[in-house]
Design a binder for this molecule. Sequence first.
Ligand SMILES: [Zn+2]
Length: 284
Amino acid sequence: MPELPEVETVRIGLEKYLVGDVFKTVQVLREQSVGYPSVTKFTKGLARKEVISVERRGKYLLIHLDSKAGLGVHLRMSGRLIVADKKHKPAEFLRINIKLESGRDLRFEDMRVFGRMWYVPPGETFEDIIPALTLLGPEPLGKDLTAKYLLEAVKGRKQAIKTALLDQTLIAGLGNIYADEVLFQTGIHPLSSAGTMTKPDAEKLVVAIKKTLKQAIELGGSSLKDYTDSQGVNGKYQHSAWVYGRAKQPCRVCGEPIERIKLVGRSAHFCSNCQTKMRGRPTK
Ligand SMILES: [Zn+2]
């Protein structure tokens, strides 16, 4: 699943290769991939629009077009968004293809069809069309994510700290891999009750979140050889991961085997020897 560093890497690629280009024609191969509005309005609305800028909010890509229109994208489980030359053959799972004036294509490929593209008509905002945007917490790399904010936000929460960190209304875009990694780096057990967080815990967590995501984005950025190559950031990160994907392997600090448990439908990786702080167990 693409996590924040991968979505940011896609954003950087789009900013480089898409801004200034113009959507010529839009072809929808799978109706389900269009989140808003109808296929006809989507293709008509996007045609002949110039790309002005590309932003990211959480794991959403917000492509600003001329006439104050927009194109919102969420890659979900298996989506890919690439700017490709004709010589690159489209993948089997091409769902939406936008032909560009430069002769390239903007391709939305998505094997599992959970990803979405939304057309934002002039006069409307991304938040009007994608209401989930209004519920997102602060950007992990932005100035609004502070220790003070985090401490306040988890106050009274009895859920596991790992579950709280994955809550997109608490922090936008922090996913499973990086939540495991920051908890290891701060020595916090993933099952600790979120509400037992202390000020030093919050300070360490915020530093670890920003540092880890920045490192992963740099890893992705450096792997961006061309605009078709914006995948696999998480894969690269995992080679150097502390705990994620390392069940039963020795902890890089103490040598004890890394444990893997199920936590609300996701996997959590940790070292029960190194991660002992905030040990108050959640009540549910
Ligand atoms: Zn350890």
